[in-house]
Design a protein around this ligand. Structure first.
Ligand SMILES: Cc1cc2nc3c(=O)[nH]c(=O)nc-3n(C[C@H](O)[C@H](O)[C@H](O)COP(=O)(O)OP(=O)(O)OC[C@H]3O[C@@H](n4cnc5c(N)ncnc54)[C@H](O)[C@@H]3O)c2cc1C
Length: 482
C-alpha cells in the first residue's frame, strides 16, 4: 500500500472540497484532495444547474399557456418534444460540468487521489485499498446523498432520484414525487409543465422550507391549483406492477385515492455522507444524526485539526454556503494551529418554483421560539394579488411576510411566495446582514412600477405595528425564549 504524509487532506472533490483544497493550498503546499466518485460537483452534474435547465424548459411552455390571458393566441397545439428538452438539459449541464472539470484539470496530478477515504484514526486515512495517508489536518467535504424509506427499494428501477431524472433521454408519461421540499417542488412543477402527469406528495403538511403557516398554506393552495400537490397523505399501498407503480393513499381529506405511475421520484431528503467515513475510529464528537459537530464560524470540529464543510456539515445544504464553509475550513486547515472565524452570511434560500418561494434571515419558527413568551416580534404582510406590477404581468399570486423586532425596529427575517421573489429575497438578505431597521429600509429608493413596491407595502405594515423605544428594546432583550 502506498504511504503519504501530507499537511492537509481534503476528503471530497465537490464544491466544498475544491474550495477547501484551493484555500488550504494558499498557505500550505502539501495538500491532497481525495475524490471517490466523479468530478464535476453535485451542483453542476445533478443539482442546481440541471434542475434550473429543466425549469427553464417548463417556463417556456408556461409562457405559451399564459399568452391567451393577454389576448395573444399561439397558433396550433404546443408540442413538448421530450427528447429535445432532455438533450438541451444534458448538453448545457455538460457544459457547466466541463468548466468544473477544467478547473480540476489544472490541479497537479500528485495532489489528486482517486478513491473513497475512511478514517483509521484522527490523523490517518485509508483510500480504498491502495493508499494510506497521514495528515496533519483534515477537511471533511463529502457532500450528501438522497435518502428514502428502505421499503421503497422493492420498486427497483421504478424508484428514481434527482440524478436519474437528469439522465433521461425522454420524458416519461407519469411520475409521483414524494417530498414537497425544495427539490420535489422544483422538479415536480417542471415535469408537470412539460406535460408529465405529476403528483407531489408529502407527510405532515410541509411545503418547501416554509415555517410560517400563513405563507405555507398559501403556497400549498396556489401550487395545488396548478398540479396535484398533497402535502399530507398516508400511503396504504405502493407496489410495483410490471413496469408501473400502483399507489393507494389517503389524501389530506382522508379520501382514498389510487394512481398508477411510471416512476416514483424520492425527494424525501438528503443525508450527509459521513456514515461510511469510519468516524467511529476517531474521537470526533457527533450530533444526534451522527454528523461531526462544528463551530459555524471556524468550521472546526471537536478534534482541533479536523474541519468540515458543505453538505457534509448538515448546516445549510446550499451551494453558496458550501463555498463559504469551504473557504473557512480550507483557510483554517492551511494555517492551523492558527484558526480564525470566517464570514458567515445572513441566511438566504430560494425555491425555483413558480411563484418562487424564498426565506431570509431568521425563520418564523425560530422567532416564535425565541420571542413567543413576550411578543417581541411583529409581522408585516403584503399580498401580491392586487400588487400593481404583478397584475400587469398576470403574475399576481403570492404573499410576503416580513418580521421586525419590537423596540429596536430591526429587520429579523422574511418568508414569501411570489413572482420572482429571488430578487426581493436578495434585497432583504442584504438588509438583514447590514442589520438594518425597518425605518432604514423604508428610506431606500423604490422605483415605480415594480414588484418591490409590494415589499414596501409589507414594510410599511410592519412599521405601523412596531413599538419602538429603549424601554421596549430592554424588555425584549430579556425575553427568555423557549
Ligand atoms: C436537485 C438539486 C438541486 C439543487 N439546487 C440548488 C440550488 O438551486 N441552489 C443551491 O444553492 N443549492 C442547490 N442544491 C444544493 C447544492 O447542490 C449542494 O449544497 C452543494 O452541491 C453541496 O456541495 P458539496 O461540496 O458539499 O457536495 P458535493 O458537490 O456532492 O461533493 C461531495 C463529493 O465528495 C465525494 N465523496 C463522498 N464521500 C467520499 C469519501 N469517503 N471519499 C472521497 N470522496 C467522497 C463525492 O463523490 C462528491 O464528489 C441542489 C441540490 C440538488 C440535489
Amino acid at each position: 500500500m502506498k504511504q503519504l504524509n501530507v499537511d492537509v487532506a481534503v476528503i471530497g472533490g465537490g464544491t466544498a472540497g475544491l474550495g477547501a483544497y484551493r484555500a488550504a493550498k494558499l498557505t500550505t503546499p502539501n495538500v491532497v484532495m481525495i475524490e471517490g466518485g466523479s468530478y464535476g460537483t453535485t451542483c453542476a452534474r445533478v443539482g442546481c444547474m440541471p434542475s434550473k435547465l429543466l425549469i427553464a424548459a417548463a417556463d417556456a411552455v408556461h409562457q405559451i399557456e399564459r399568452a391567451p390571458g393577454f389576448g395573444v393566441h399561439p397558433a396550433g397545439k404546443t408540442i413538448v418534444n421530450g427528447r429535445e428538452v432532455m438533450a438541451r438539459v444534458k448538453r448545457e449541464r455538460d457544459r457547466f460540468v466541463g468548466f468544473v472539470l477544467e478547473g480540476v484539470g489544472s490541479i497537479p496530478t500528485a495532489d489528486k487521489i482517486q478513491g473513497y477515504a475512511r478514517f483509521i484514526d484522527d490523523n490517518t486515512l485509508q483510500v480504498d485499498q491502495h493508499t494510506r495517508i497521514v495528515a496533519q489536518r483534515i477537511v471533511i467535504a463529502t457532500g450528501s446523498r438522497p435518502s428514502w424509506p428502505a421499503q421503497w427499494n422493492q420498486l427497483g428501477d421504478r424508484l428514481i432520484v434527482n440524478d436519474d431524472v437528469f439522465n433521461w433521454d425522454d420524458l416519461p408519461r407519469s411520475v409521483a414525487v414524494f417530498g414537497p421540499g425544495v427539490i420535489g417542488l422544483e422538479l415536480g412543477q417542471a415535469l408537470h409543465r412539460l406535460g408529465v402527469k405529476t403528483s407531489v406528495f408529502g407527510i405532515g403538511g410541509a411545503v418547501g422550507p416554509l415555517t410560517d403557516s400563513a405563507v405555507r398554506e398559501y403556497a400549498a393552495k396556489t401550487l395545488g391549483e396548478e398540479f396535484t400537490l398533497d402535502p399530507d397523505v398516508k400511503v396504504d399501498i405502493m407496489q410495483r406492477e410490471g413496469e408501473k407503480v400502483f399507489i393507494r393513499y389517503q389524501d389530506r381529506h382522508c379520501q382514498t385515492q389510487e394512481i398508477v405511475v411510471d416512476y416514483v421520484l424520492a425527494a424525501t431528503g438528503r443525508r450527509p455522507n459521513v456514515d461510511n467515513l469510519g468516524l467511529e475510529n476517531t474521537s470526533l464528537a457527533l450530533d444526534a444524526k451522527g454528523v461531526p459537530q462544528a463551530d459555524r464560524l471556524t468550521m472546526q470540529t471537536s478534534v482541533p485539526h479536523i474541519f468540515i464543510a458543505g453538505d457534509a456539515s448538515n448546516q445549510l445544504p446550499l451551494l453558496h454556503e458550501a463555498s463559504d464553509q469551504a473557504r473557512i475550513a480550507g483557510q483554517n486547515a492551511g494555517s492551523y494551529p492558527e484558526v480564525n472565524p470566517g464570514l458567515r452570511r445572513s441566511a438566504l434560500s430560494v425555491v425555483f418554483s413558480d411563484p418562487q418561494i424564498a426565506m431570509v434571515g431568521s425563520t418564523f419558527r425560530e422567532l416564535s421560539q425565541k420571542f413567543s413568551a413576550c411578543g417581541c416580534f411583529e409581522v408585516g404582510e403584503v399580498s401580491f394579488e392586487n400588487q400593481g406590477r404583478s397584475r400587469v404581468m398576470l403574475r399576481n399570486k403570492g404573499i410576503l411576510h416580513v418580521y421586525g423586532e419590537q423596540g429596536t425596529g430591526r429587520f429579523l427575517g422574511a418568508e414569501m411566495i411570489g413572482p420572482d421573489v429571488e430578487h426581493i429575497a436578495h434585497l432583504l438578505a442584504w438588509a438583514h446582514q447590514q442589520q438594518m431597521t425597518i425605518n432604514q429600509m423604508l428610506d431606500m429608493p423604490f422605483y415605480h412600477p415594480v414588484i418591490e413596491e409590494g415589499l414596501r407595502t409589507a414594510l410599511r405594515d410592519l412599521q405601523a405595528k412596531l413599538k419602538l423605544g429603549e424601554a421596549e428594546a430592554e424588555r425584549c432583550q430579556h425575553c427568555p425564549g423557549e
